[in-house]
Design a protein around this ligand. Sequence first.
Ligand SMILES: [Zn+2]
Length: 203
Amino acid sequence: MNEPDGRIELVRVCRMLYDRKLTVSAGGNVSVRMDDGTFLITPSGKNKGILTEKDIVRIDRDGISLDGGNPSIERFFHLALYDSNPSVNAVVHCHPLYCTVLAVRGEKVDCDLTPEGVILLGEVPMIGYHTPGSAELVEAIRKEHTHMAMTMARHGALTQGKDLTEAYNRMEELEFQASLQILTEGADRLSEAEIRKITGDTP
Ligand SMILES: [Zn+2]
């Protein structure tokens, strides 16, 4: 990904998150890895529905702004995921309603109600509550870096992917699974045997 394309893509994904009500006002942050080892990330405190390409901030691997912009305070957990996962090139964090309802209740999202949940998301851990922007939050997320989707207690949701489209799709699916879990409360899960068939795992 080069910088001009990265800025265009980030604005597009933020607009989709906002239009799909996967986040409200300035909530959440989205980033993408550049070919030169730097990163583009959304700015601090700006509404995701009206971002423009010049609002996006370029940072180095230490989180330092390279273009004078004010990057999200959550940039350090994005950088921890890139550092831990060489094949991950995009990270999406936001506050979708149903994911956040479950996260406030202290319940994880169980993605085994439908085959898509199993295929796209797999096991989705919920990390404990830590203050936004804190080193404790960064370390809690780093510990779960192998999971492509996770929720954060009393806070929101986080997905990763090889590109922005994959990370975005996981977020959309995660919120759908959270809404299913709430709306179908108590419904049976797919059986272990069916999950093994779907994932190709042999017992
Ligand atoms: Zn947040």
